[in-house]
Write a protein that binds this ligand. Structure first.
Ligand code: HEC
Length: 148
């Protein structure tokens, strides 16, 4: 019995570290602005992008995170040097989208639920008609809706 449990634990652990490795690779693109540590790459006095540690968008309703990744965020301020571009073409593969989302949600101290390939496909279909980067106002509206 004990042996069975240990074997199961070992299998689950190696499976999850495998996903993690893929997620890390998928996050390479993001780290150009958000930094390998997810805290936002510092360039001089400014950052390229905000921190993803504790981010409500990263940790909240995963469909909103998918929307931000797929369609980008409209640049309205000058706080950050970078622009959250639409990365749909880079994450055209559902597994890759799921991997990067899970990585962001479970790294840098974040502890949100994982995203499956099926979820990723669902979010992609959900937002297929969105043609422009989302505004912060839209993100906030969607996040509030999900919290209701
Ligand atoms: C070229 C630079 C750049 C790249 C690459 C990039 N981002 Fe961003 N990201 C930004 C900037 C800039 C913002 C802030 C947008 C704003 O609010 O104006 C941002 C915002 C975000 C936010 C919202 C954070 C919050 O709490 O408001 C999330 C989540 C996010 N990015 C995730 C990602 C993920 C995941 C990737 C890779 C798949 C990625 N980003 C790639 C620049 C980038």
């Amino acid at each position: 019995m004990k042996k069975t449990i240990l074997t199961t634990v070992a299998a689950v652990c190696s499976a999850s570290s495998f996903v993690h490795a893929d997620g890390k690779a998928a996050f390479m693109m993001c780290s150009a602005c958000h930094g390998a540590d997810g805290k936002g790459l510092q360039v001089g006095a400014k950052k390229m992008a905000p921190t993803l540690a504790g981010s409500a968008v990263a940790n909240g309703d995963p469909s909103v995170l998918a929307l931000a990744i797929l369609k980008g965020i409209k640049k309205e301020g000058v706080e950050y040097l970078g622009v959250m571009a639409a990365l749909e073409a880079v994450y055209a593969d559902d597994q890759k989208l799921a991997d990067v989302m899970t990585y962001v949600r479970q790294s840098f101290g974040n502890k949100a639920a994982a995203v499956t390939k099926e979820d990723a496909a669902k979010f992609r279909a959900q937002w297929k008609d969105v043609k422009e980067p989302v505004t912060r106002a839209k993100i906030a509206e969607l996040a509030n809706k999900a919290a209701e």
